[in-house]
Every structure is written in C-alpha cells, then in structure tokens.
Design a protein around this ligand. Structure first.
Ligand SMILES: NC(=O)c1ccc[n+]([C@@H]2O[C@H](COP(=O)([O-])OP(=O)(O)OC[C@H]3O[C@@H](n4cnc5c(N)ncnc54)[C@H](O)[C@@H]3O)[C@@H](O)[C@H]2O)c1
Length: 367
C-alpha cells in the first residue's frame, strides 16, 4: 500500500512511518518541520520505499499520478507551548489541512485516518471518557485553538464520510509518550524527565491530584495501523486506561532517573483538565486493540532515551526553570516555515545520493 503520513517527521508520525515501512508499505511523509525534526527520520530516510515531501499541508497538492491507498493525517502542533506559539497555524492545519488531505483521500478512493485528541472532551464531566460523550470545551479559552481545530477536523471528516462516502476513520489519542518527544515540548512526561535528569526540582501544576493516563508510543502506533487497516469510522479512543495522578508520575520519574530532585508546586493553568482516562471498549471491540506496555517499562525506555541526549535535556531544564515553557521561550529546533517556498522532495528512496537527510536539506538551494 502507498500511505501518505502528514506530520510524519513528528514524534508519533515518525514511529508510524517506521511501522508502515517495516510491514512493507510505501510511505510518503509530508511535513513542514514546524515541530518535527529530520533526525526523527534517521531510521527510515534511506529506505527505498520512503520519501519526504517538505510541505505545508494547508497548501500542498499531491502529485496527481501517484496513487494513494491511505492517508494518515497527523500534522498539527500538539503540545501547549507549540499551539500557543502558533495559534493561527494550529487552527489552519486542523481546518484547511484536514480538508486538503480529505480531498486527496477522496480523489484516490483512499482510507483517511485523522489524529484527533482527548482534548475534544475538554475538562470532562464524564469519567472515564467514552466516545459518545460530547465534551466540555471552552471555545474561547487559551486551549481552544487546538481543541476546536480538532473538533472541526472531526466534523469535516464526518461531512466527507456522509456527503462523499469517503472512508474516514477518527482516532482520539490520549497522552502518549516515548522516545523522540522533544524535551522542551512542555508535556508533563518530558518536563519531568528533563528536570529529573538535570537534577532540578520537578514542577507540578496544581496539587498534583489531577490524573492522566499515559500510553507508550509503540502501543499507540499499533492502534493507528489497525485503524488504517479497518473501515471503522469511529471516533475511537486510543490510550492507556491505567490512570495515575501527576504527583505519582513525578515520584516515578524521580525514582527511574536515579535523581534526588525535589517537587515544586505551581498554580494550575486555566482550563487544565482535572481527570483524563479513556474508555477503550470500542477500540478493543472494533480494532482488537489494547495497550500492552506498562508505565514502568515505557518510562524506563523513555528516560534511557533522554539520558542519551544530555544537551537537549539541559536546554529543556533551563527553559523550564520556574515553570512550563511558554510559546515564547520554547526552544524549537525546526526549519522556519517561510524557508519552504514550495514543496520540495528532499528524500526519495529510489534515487539520489545516500547522504544524511540533514545534509541533503542543508545542500538544498535557498528558497
Ligand atoms: N502525542 C500525543 O500525546 C498526542 C495526543 C493527542 C493527539 N495527538 C495528535 O497526534 C498528532 C501527532 O502528534 P505528535 O505528538 O507526534 O506531535 P509533533 O509535534 O511531534 O508532530 C506533529 C508534526 O506535524 C508537523 N506539522 C505541523 N503543522 C504542519 C503543516 N501545516 N504541514 C505539514 N506538517 C505539519 C510538524 O512539523 C510535526 O512533524 C497531532 O495531530 C496531535 O494533535 C498527539
């Protein structure tokens, strides 16, 4: 199968590209590197069935003659510092970006899977969250650029399914963690790991009694692949239902990092959900999916991965001093979007020199 993965240079997208190539698919990754990074693609960049199209999906038009069997639409800023820094881009990729990729899928009669989020439930009044719960979202709050973009992405996907018969699938992803997250992405797991490895105090917002459930990336990617292979419309929750408080997560990270870090408490940001846990009955029934990696094992692998990146950890810990990175101070290692005059294919597995993707990018004539 030929599968287009938007956001394929990001955390989840790069693992998805890897999994699809491993089972024999051909993958076109479309990414503008706004929060993704080429080093995430190290394991696939020279694969003969992989190519990267450097493009913004809000304007990208795919090659007409290259048949597409499925589209996995993951492109979007995903962490609060990122979407606060790029509010309009976040709304645009959820709206126009989703429409463009739905058009592509519709044109090719392809399967279309959109990565939605547990944020569509907002600060939920129903617990655990089932797919038939409509949510409790503040449409004008600071998180609304992300939440409402994803709600629109779901709505427009359903409109294509109903009016055009597009083979749409919606997955609502709950907190996922693992190697290739950015230490500075402002998510709770990465922030705690960066602080613990740097020997700094871990920052908890609120009293730490708010709960989250954390899914290891390998499990999540298995769920995404199962959704791509099915004709299930969803929405389907994908996440690990094992719930824990943020305070207990902090203690676990300190223990696994072998660190002596203290824990500091800061005021809870506005609209921060107090409880989050997926009901995954539907995923079990329609996809036969269930997560298998426990938090201890998953966190251990993640801590080990970050321990091998001391420079990134140090920079992140510095940015976190005194609180969560904001849109302004988040360190972003990305290529500026305005450097992408038009979409450029920078890696095509079946041709071209076998140099590192970074080198090929650097050698590219200026836009
Ligand atoms: N990681 C999680 O816990 C989680 C939870 C819920 C939902 N999701 C969703 O899963 C998807 C992937 O999340 P992630 O954690 O891998 O985030 P990420 O930031 O690592 O990856 C997102 C990717 O999309 C790319 N991108 C953004 N805007 C783009 C545009 N206009 N054109 C082309 N590429 C663009 C970025 O460069 C990046 O590579 C997102 O849609 C996110 O909303 C993730």
């Amino acid at each position: 199968m030929h599968i287009v993965v938007s956001g394929g240079a990001g955390f989840l997208g790069s693992h998805l590209c890897e999994a699809l190539l491993a089972r024999g698919d051909r993958v076109t990754c479309v990414d503008n590197l706004s929060t993704g990074r080429t080093e995430n693609l190290r394991t696939v960049e020279d694969h003969p069935r992989f190519r990267l199209v450097l493009a913004d999906v809000t304007t990208w038009v795919a090659d007409a003659d290259d048949h597409v069997d499925a589209v996995a639409h993951l492109a979007s800023a995903a962490s609060p510092p990122d979407y606060h820094r790029m509010p309009l881009e976040t709304l645009l990729v959820g709206s126009r970006g989703t429409e463009n990729l739905l058009e592509l899928a519709d044109r090719h009669g392809a399967r279309f899977v959109v990565a939605s989020t547990s944020e569509v439930y907002g600060d939920p009044h129903v617990h655990p969250q089932r797919e038939d719960y409509w949510g409790h979202v503040n449409p004008v709050g600071p998180r609304s650029v992300y939440d409402e973009a994803k709600r629109y992405a779901e709505a427009v996907s359903m409109a294509y399914a109903r009016s055009r018969g597009t083979d749409v699938g919606i997955v609502r992803i709950f907190n996922t963690y693992g190697p290739r997250m950015r230490a500075v992405d402002g998510r709770v797991v990465t922030s705690f790991i960066a602080q613990a490895l740097n020997g700094d105090a871990l920052t908890i917002y609120g009293d730490g009694s708010q709960t989250r459930s954390f899914c290891y990336v390998d499990d999540l990617v298995r769920g995404l692949v199962a959704m791509l292979d099915s004709h299930e419309t969803g929405p389907v929750n994908l996440g690990n239902p094992s719930e824990r408080t943020v305070a207990s997560l902090a203690e676990l990270v300190v223990a696994l990092s072998g660190s002596a870090s203290d824990i500091e408490y800061h005021p809870l940001p506005q609209d921060d959900p107090t409880r989050r846990r997926p009901d995954i009955t539907r995923a079990r029934e329609v996809l036969g999916w269930t997560p298998t990696v426990g938090i201890l094992d998953g966190l251990k692998r993640t801590v080990e991965w970050f321990a091998g990146r001391p420079e990134e950890v140090r920079e992140a810990a510095e940015a976190l001093t005194g609180g969560q990175p904001t849109g302004r101070d988040a360190v972003v290692t990305a290529t500026p979007v305005d450097a992408l005059a038009d979409h450029v294919i920078v890696a095509r597995g079946d041709s071209g020199p076998s140099t590192r993707l970074d080198e090929r990018l650097a050698a590219r004539p200026a836009a």
